[in-house]
Design a protein around this ligand. Sequence first.
Ligand code: AMP
Ligand code: MG
Length: 438
Amino acid sequence: MNGTTDQTRHQDRVWSVAEHLDDVLSKIDPLDPIELQLLDAQGCVLVEDITVPVALPPFDNSSMDGYAVRAADVADATESTPAVLTVIGDVAAGSGELPGIEPGQAVRIMTGAPVPPGADAVVPVEWTDGGTGQGPAASMRAHSAAPQDAGGEVRVHRPAAAGAHIRARGSDVTEGEPALRAGTVLGPSQIGLLAAIGRGTVRVHPRPRVVVLSTGSELVQPGEALGPGQIHDSNSFQLTAAARDAGAIAYRVGAVADDAETLRSTLEDQLIRADILVTSGGVSVGAYDVVKETLAALSAEEGTVEFRRLAMQPGKPQGFGLIGPDRIPLLALPGNPVSSYVSFELFVRPAIRALMGLPEVHRPTTPAKCTEAVASSPKGKRQFLRGSYDAEAGTVTPVGGAGSHLIKAMAHANALIIVPEDTTEVPAGAEVDIVLLG
Ligand code: AMP
Ligand code: MG
């Protein structure tokens, strides 16, 4: 199905960054919703409208430690002529049994405890003598959690209006009200609300499982000694970390040698646990560019991956397609570490976020003043230089050069400076658009 003519046609055409991105996103739909435990749903997009089943708070409760009283009983209380009430018991948070309050009576009450019947106000402990009218020791006892003997007295020195220091049932949210709409991204406060209204699980688009594999016979795992001509595999680590950062569950597969059979069988093995596959290396025109050789030649049943040239630097060669029986998206990124990372940020991150159904899939961009001149940007290509952005000053300073092997410079950058296709130089002090890398 991937006939030579088709292949040639695609190779001849140069794709813009936007065209490639549109093509990727047009073939990606949010993952089917699943029911997840609350904390597993953090960062995910809700797919159901959630209604409040029971009002919050579910019952009138005290907002202070103090005494539940009848407001009428303390209406005339002053410092010199306190209202003297009989304390008939204690109500702690979680109390189920509530004593009823008659005129002249009070109940010691803790924050969050239900207001007992008959009471219509809470007097904070600071407005009282603390619970016996017998001096400071008793006042301290009133602050402790120890139950107070019924039959004691409390002197109240200030009046409290009806409803004072009572959090009324439903004052936060009432029964039947919408709590959260479908499409909401679940952050800590949304998860807190769901828990408060008693939801243990919610329906969301799950986090995609991203399988990251790097290719290259020169690659050695970090921690192992290098032989002649070998380098450490940094891409699979960088891309796996970037996938997690984008919100995915990421699986790093160790580097695969430049061997078609190994690559093919590794991909086959990995398909089972992947919602999206990301490879690095082997996509240009070298003799051992095994990713391209292998994936461009898939049978119709196996899927289709197209390899294209983009009007972009770094990151010119890119592969994208759908493979396996479930047509899992695969993005084949170039091997140079800066190229693979920039490609990830531009294409894979939005793809991951589209799979999550997130409303905003792109990194934010902002204009900034470029502190240094950019001498020669390639004509006809969108260039992404690494930059250090100073938000306070609104400036960005290029870090390192354009070389796509400059791993250290990448690690010291927090932004990508965009030099548009038709711009070949940027004078110092000129405004540029930058991608904020978070
Ligand atoms: P390739 O696209 O496979 O031709 O690789 C381009 C350059 O990137 C070569 O210098 C590779 O050695 C280097 N490279 C490829 N994969 C990795 C990797 N996983 N980690 C670090 N460098 C890599
Ligand atoms: Mg290679």
